[in-house]
Design a protein around this ligand. Structure first.
Ligand SMILES: [Zn+2]
Length: 208
């Protein structure tokens, strides 16, 4: 069984100083760290808070993702894809189930489809010129409605490797929106070819 919240806090504090500051992360010693260790200070570790604050959209009637089910750049009957604007890396896409599910209550049929769509999205993002890798993240601490992140890592920018990428993304200036939009359109074209779906929420194929 995992440590209780108070046990976990005591365990963590045993490595901290008098102000409950832990030593600097080993990651700050990596050559790809966006921060130099000199002058950096770790925030004091706060005690656990119980119960945890509810996430956005725990109640489906107050869930932005459910309200925005018509918004996106690609749709099929179960999923929609959006492009996140204002980011620093070349492209950030997000895949959402249309109905209100989190990952732990995703029906098997949708979970299987998520696997296939994730593999196709990674393939199509990585096929873009000057993109080396598509990182895939599911975090789920902020929003209750499942959302999977796809981060495109720019070719050759070797410090942007690995788990620091979302931090570098926050440091970088905003990537040119027109370029990201055009690349997202290429990914959507490839996804329609490989996995079906359509560019708008309404099924216009039935009319044509
Ligand atoms: Zn929802």
């Amino acid at each position: 069984m995992a440590l209780r919240p108070d046990e976990f806090y005591d365990h963590a504090r045993s490595a901290a100083d008098d102000e409950t500051r832990l030593p600097l992360a080993r990651m700050t010693g990596w050559s790809i760290s966006p921060f130099e260790p000199d002058g950096l200070r770790v925030s004091p570790l706060r005690p656990p808070v119980l119960p945890e604050r509810p996430r956005h959209g725990e109640d489906p009637s107050d869930c932005a993702s459910c309200r925005e089910r018509g918004e996106g750049i690609w749709f099929n009957d179960n999923w929609r894809l959006t492009r996140i604007p204002g980011v620093g890396v070349p492209l950030v896409l997000m895949l959402h189930p249309i109905e209100h599910h989190d990952m732990d209550d995703l029906p098997d049929e949708l979970a299987a489809e998520l696997g296939v769509l994730s593999a196709h999205l990674v393939r199509h993002v990585q096929a873009l010129p000057h993109i080396s890798r598509a990182h895939v993240y599911r975090i789920g601490d902020g929003g209750a409605h499942l959302h999977i992140w796809f981060f495109a890592r720019p070719e050759g920018q070797a410090q942007l490797y690995g788990s620091w990428l979302p931090v570098w993304d926050d440091l970088l200036p905003e990537y040119p929106a027109k370029v990201a939009e055009a690349d997202a359109a290429l990914v959507v074209d490839a996804l329609i070819d490989s996995a079906g779906g359509r560019r708008s929420a309404a099924d216009v194929s039935a009319q044509g």
